[in-house]
Design a protein around this ligand. Structure first.
Ligand SMILES: *[C@@H]1O[C@H](CO)[C@@H](O)[C@H](O)[C@H]1NC(C)=O
Ligand SMILES: *[C@@H]1O[C@H](CO)[C@@H](O)[C@H](O)[C@H]1NC(C)=O
Ligand SMILES: *[C@@H]1O[C@H](CO)[C@@H](O)[C@H](O)[C@H]1NC(C)=O
Ligand SMILES: *[C@@H]1O[C@H](CO)[C@@H](O)[C@H](O)[C@H]1NC(C)=O
Length: 496
């Protein structure tokens, strides 16, 4: 029997697949024809059983070769995808951390991945709602395009490596920030149309706090999710010398204040670039604030007030606060190490604390910011460990308590001008359970809150009074001037 030529050639190419049966092929000879083509002929025994076996082997070899090719092409695809992704990462100018490849398989179920997806969905929803409401159409259209692109990138990522995950997260943060900013401006416009109240920066021409906006989550603090305690904000003097943003996460033990960063611009804060980072190393707790370019805080393990010049990070003054309890005595509920809580507002610099004499009730003292001498002290009826935090605005202390893991209530106010106290109920939504440092900025009438590691702001909306500024045009111009996106980097090109 004359075997087929294709079978012959393949058998010659793959001699090793028949290692156990060398006697199967009886003999072979090579022939070269006139055109130099090599012909190979194998003489097989005339035995149909053997021939069947050979054909089975042949088909097994073909299957294996097919599988090998599939695997090779998959490996090539994979290599190409990684290369593309490296390029993308380089374009984003981001140096990713190395991640364990074993996490890739389970990424779809990882909480971070789900969070990102939920965020994107949120942004998309927000964008479409804004669109429906109308106005600022161009900006919104752009934002929507960007968000859609980010979603597409995310879908691509789902099939490839995790390494540009961080870069994408950053991009999403920025987009979200822009959307929040946009929505906030709309809300403010709406609010000022509704109430007719447009407050100039640093102005107290209002009738007290009316409500608080929903939270705007800007970013995770630069040290990461395990730095749950800390504080952040802007200068809380009514006419600050600079518009800088400060961020002070405490060490992961929730007590020791060792480093802080200063950012000149909102966008720098969002992108974690162009910052000054200082080592502090002797702060205690998250009760610090910045007033006229000095940071005021509790000196570690004492009831001393400390004052650091932010332009040089030098300790310029340290002075005990008479009677104040410290070392976690009478801290706020679920915010340990808050013996001395500094606050700045339109009226000056304050410190909020408790004493043994006050039986743990909250005490307010106005300070001379130059000398840290106590100018005047007020006693309130509120037990400090029953509160979750407090801030000052226009000489009025506002105290908070936790209603649930998702909601706080500003339930108490003490007016230092009249010495009178009253109860109120203004609700604050929160993303995570604990509000750590709560700092008010009179310039933009916002609260800067450190929410379990996340940097969050709230807009304060005030009641009108008869003393309200009557000049709408002037007020409008001024209120526009404090919106970070518009005012802080007017001369810079906008981000692509
Ligand atoms: C091969 O063997 C079969 C019987 O097994 C026989 O009929 C046939 O003639 C043989 N062919 C050759 C070329 O020897
Ligand atoms: C063919 O070869 C097999 C295996 O060597 C052997 O068992 C069988 O008897 C042979 N058949 C013939 C017809 O020679
Ligand atoms: C989205 O991606 C497409 C294609 O890559 C691009 O042409 C478009 O400009 C992108 N849109 C935005 C808003 O970045
Ligand atoms: C702070 O104290 C100094 C020294 O006693 C004094 O000169 C200054 O006027 C005080 N500042 C204020 C705002 O009262």
């Amino acid at each position: 029997m004359q075997p087929s030529s294709s079978l012959l050639v393949k058998l010659l190419w793959l001699p090793l697949v028949l290692p156990g049966q060398p006697q199967l092929v009886r003999s072979m000879s090579n022939l070269v024809d006139e055109s130099g083509i090599c012909h190979c002929v194998v003489f097989l025994p005339n035995n149909s059983t053997l021939l069947q076996q050979l054909e089975q082997l042949q088909s097994a070899v073909q299957k294996l070769a097919g599988k090998y090719e599939q695997l090779m092409s998959r490996a090539n695809d994979y290599a190409r995808a990684i290369e593309e992704q490296d390029n993308q990462v380089l374009e984003m100018n981001h140096i990713p951390e190395f991640r364990n490849p074993s996490t890739v398989a389970s990424r779809d179920e990882s909480p971070a991945f789900n969070l990102l997806r939920v965020e994107l969905e949120g942004v998309q929803r927000l964008a479409s709602q804004l669109n429906v409401k109308g106005g600022a159409a161009d900006l919104l259209h752009q934002l929507q395009g960007k968000v859609t692109n980010a979603s597409l990138t995310l879908k691509l990522l789902a099939d490839t490596e995790q390494r540009s995950f961080n870069a994408l997260q950053q991009e999403v943060d920025v987009l979200e920030g822009q959307l929040s900013q946009c929505e906030r401006e709309k809300e403010q416009d709406q609010a000022s149309r509704d109430s007719g109240l447009s407050l100039a920066p640093g102005s107290c021409a209002h009738g007290g706090l009316q409500k608080v906006s929903r939270p705007f989550v800007l970013k995770l603090n630069w040290r990461g999710i395990s730095y749950k305690a800390g504080a952040w904000g802007r200068d809380s003097a009514p006419k600050p010398a600079s518009s800088l943003y400060w961020v002070a996460p405490l060490r992961a033990d929730g007590r020791y204040f060792d480093f802080y960063r200063l950012y000149k611009f909102y966008d720098d804060l969002m992108l974690l670039k162009n910052y000054e980072q200082w080592k502090m190393g002797y702060g205690d707790g998250s009760g610090n604030t910045v007033y006229n370019n000095f940071m005021y805080f509790n000196y570690y393990g004492t009831n001393d007030m400390a004052k650091v010049d932010l332009s040089s990070n030098t300790l310029v003054l340290r002075r005990p606060l008479p009677g104040a309890t410290y070392n976690n005595r009478f801290s706020y509920a679920s915010v340990p190490w808050t013996g001395l809580n500094f606050a700045g507002d339109e009226e000056g610099l304050w410190v909020i604390y408790a004493t043994e004499h006050s039986k743990g009730n909250l005490v307010i003292s106005r300070l001379n910011a130059s000398t840290l001498e106590v100018e005047k002290t007020w006693h309130t009826s509120q037990y400090k460990p029953g509160l979750s935090g407090a801030f000052m605005a226009c000489g009025v202390l506002y105290a908070l308590r936790s209603l649930s893991t998702r909601q706080e209530e500003i339930f108490y106010a003490f007016d230092t001008t009249t010495g009178q106290e009253h109860t109120l109920s203004i609700l604050l939504d929160k993303m995570l359970e604990t509000l750590h440092g709560i700092n008010y900025c009179p310039w933009d009438h916002k609260l800067y809150v450190y929410n379990d590691g996340f940097l969050v702001t709230y807009d304060l909306i005030f009641l009108t009074t008869k003393y309200q500024l009557p000049i709408r045009a002037a007020a409008k111009r001024l209120s526009g001037a404090h919106a970070p996106q518009k005012s802080i980097r007017p001369s810079r090109p906008s981000r692509p």
